[in-house]
Design a protein around this ligand. Sequence first.
Ligand SMILES: Cc1cc2nc3c(=O)[nH]c(=O)nc-3n(C[C@H](O)[C@H](O)[C@H](O)COP(=O)(O)OP(=O)(O)OC[C@H]3O[C@@H](n4cnc5c(N)ncnc54)[C@H](O)[C@@H]3O)c2cc1C
Length: 353
Amino acid sequence: MHVELLVIGFGKAGKTLAGAFGNQGRSVAMVEQSDQMYGGTCINIGCVPTKALVHDAASRRDSDDPAAFYEAAITRKTELTDLLRGKNYAMLDTVDAVTVITGRARFTGPDQVEVTGGADSLTITADHIIVNTGAVPVIPDVPGLADSRFLRTSTSLIATRALPKQLVVIGGGPIGLELASVYRGFGSEVTVLQRDTFFAREDDDVAEAATAVLRESGITLVEHADVTEVVDADGSTSVHFTTQGGAQTVTADALLVASGRRPATDDLGLAEAGIDTDERGGIVVDDHLRSSNGKVFAVGDVNGGRAVHLHLVRRPPDRVGRTHRGGSAYDAGPGGHAQHDVHHASAEPSRPQ
Ligand SMILES: Cc1cc2nc3c(=O)[nH]c(=O)nc-3n(C[C@H](O)[C@H](O)[C@H](O)COP(=O)(O)OP(=O)(O)OC[C@H]3O[C@@H](n4cnc5c(N)ncnc54)[C@H](O)[C@@H]3O)c2cc1C
């Protein structure tokens, strides 16, 4: 199969570009590895379902049974994401020039990709390729953690229909703290273990106020916690950690790892296509989001979360465009901290995008 544009991953920019090209009658293939992910992370397992749970957790009354209330909230969240996923699929599937293919893509040459789904495989060549494969959670190298039966990622936690009694969160970045707050709202006992301090990127007064709000809600926040081992027992797991005060242990029936996400480039065959990556596996791009392979562009979290926004800066009498590259707050590095890379470069006069 040959197309003018091949998009790998149903993320935000990729689906928008696929639709725009397709609506101009140009041939497009959109490859998505999971039939549960049409529309990408945000609507299926990210921003939208978590915000639905934030809303529901905040509306629980003391008289509501926590387990039943939580299960009903998970049902509502699932109905919402099912609806949005269906609409996202239809948005591309109804465009004649767009073919949506469900399977996992891997480069087998500079302009060639192999897509596999079950026993089937398909080779696609393209004039241009956009990689929009997003990011995956980082699981820290702690003895017993990866094999723990109680290990949850944000994705598996919000798919769980049984409310955890004791949730321990490793990582106090935006995802860890948001879910800590959500599950506390639903009635779980929650402990968050953070390698350094909470809200370290914020001003002291803001960090203090936000920390106080979380503590007042009943969340146990532990700073300077270094998780050393995870040991499973029958119905719970023991999380061993050290702090400045010495060694401690907390038990959990759900252990959320929220210690950062990294670009999803494993097994993409990038080297075979001459696509360079950085030390975190992110695809290196220029200011036009073009990779070291001139035919291949990388958008969204897979390029390290860098976006290129063109702002107009008033500097009479000329209009001068300014390029601003900023990391997403959800592009958390080790320890759950957002990594921002702000860089300004002069550019030719241009229109806002
Ligand atoms: C729990 C959580 C909460 C979040 N909340 C917020 C928030 O409130 N606000 C905010 O701004 N951001 C939030 N984010 C971050 C935001 O969701 C992501 O930054 C954004 O969705 C990334 O979009 P993307 O376009 O890079 O790719 P994605 O939307 O991640 O899409 C990538 C797609 O590629 C597919 N894929 C991967 N590899 C392959 C392959 N080899 N072949 C085929 N398909 C492949 C994946 O299945 C996926 O569907 C949250 C993230 C999480 C996990």
